[in-house]
Write a protein that binds this ligand. Sequence first.
Ligand code: TXA
Ligand code: MG
Length: 337
Amino acid sequence: MLAMSAALNSTELAHAVGILRRGGLVAFPTETVYGLGARALDPVALARIFSAKGRPVNHPLIAHVLGEREARELAAAWSPLASRLASAFWPGPLTLVVPRAPHVPLELTGGGDSVGLRAPRHPIARALLEALGEPIAAPSANRYQTVSPTTAAHVVASLGDRVDLILDGGPCTEGIESTVVDVRGEVPVILRPGALDWVTLQTVAPTLLDSAVETAPARSEDDPHLSPGLDRRHYAPRTPLVVLSGPSELLAEASLRGERGQTVALLLVSPLADGIPAGGARVHVLGPDPVAYARGLFAKLHELDAAGVDVVLVEGVPRSPRWGAVRDRLRRASAEG
Ligand code: TXA
Ligand code: MG
C-alpha cells in the first residue's frame, strides 16, 4: 500500500493501472467519496472488493466509465431519458441503473439483471479510466456499513493493507455519495438520494420520483437488494448518534447526559445564539448550506469517532428537497444496528 500526492504523474498512473490489470485493488478519489476500484468485468477482481469491504455479494457495485459511449457498451438498453440525464449531469455525481448487457458479470450486479453506471468528474478518476481503457467497479472505499471515506486517511483507517494502492487526491469536493436513479421504467426513480439533488434532476426528468426513502419500509438483510444503499443501517459511525428536532431539545438532552457523566458532542446546522451555554458539550457546526453541510458531514463523523465522545446529538436538518441526501444519511447513521 502506498499513498500518493494530489496530482498523478505518469509513473504513478502506470503503477495504478498495472495493479488493476493484475486484478488488484486501487482506492482512488472521486468528487463524491473515495472508491475502492477493480476491473469491472473481471469476476476474480470483483471478489476481492467484496472480501476487502466485508460486504455481502448480493450488493451490486457501480461501474465507473468515462461517459455515455462507454456506458452504453455495458447496457442492454439505453433510453432517451438515460441519454438526457447523462448529457446533463455526466461527468458528475449521478449513477444510472439500466438493464445489464449480457457480458456484464453477475458478480458486478449482485446477481441482478441491472447495472449501475456512473461517469465520475474527478480528474484522478478520469485519468485512471482513460489509462486503463476499461470500466472500473468501485464501491465506497470503507468496510461494510461504516461511514464513507472523503480523504485518503479515512481509507487507510478503514481498509489498511486490504487495498494494494491508495491514490491521494485530497478531500472530496461533494463529500456524499452519488444519487442513484433507476431509469429502466417509464418513470425514473431515485433509489438513493445523493450529491445531485432532486430539484436539479427534475429540471431534466420532470416525472422523477424520489422513492421516498423516508417512508420506505425497512428491508430484511435477506431480501434481494433493489438497492443496498437502502439498508436501514448504513453509513454508521461507531459513536451513537441521536437526531433531535431543534436547539432546545438538543440542549435539554445534552445537559441530561452531561449529568450522567457522558461526553457529548453537538452537531448543529447553525451556531447557538450568543450567550446560550452548551452545558459542557463540544459544539460542531456544519452550516445552513446543504452542499457545504454534505461536504463536511462524513469527515465530521470520522473526526467524532476518533475523538471518542459518548454520544453525538444532531440538530435535525430542514425537510426541503435540497437536504434530502443529508437527511437520509443522518437517519441511517442514527438507526440502531
Ligand atoms: O458516489 C458514489 O456512488 C461512490 C463513488 C465511489 O462512485 N460509490 C458508492 O458505491 O457509493 P457503493 O457501492 O458504496 O454504493 C453503491 C450504491 C448501492 O448502495 C446501490 O444503492 C446502488 O449503488 N446500486 C449499484 N448498482 C445497482 C443496481 N444494479 N441496482 C440498484 N442499485 C444499484
Ligand atoms: Mg458505500
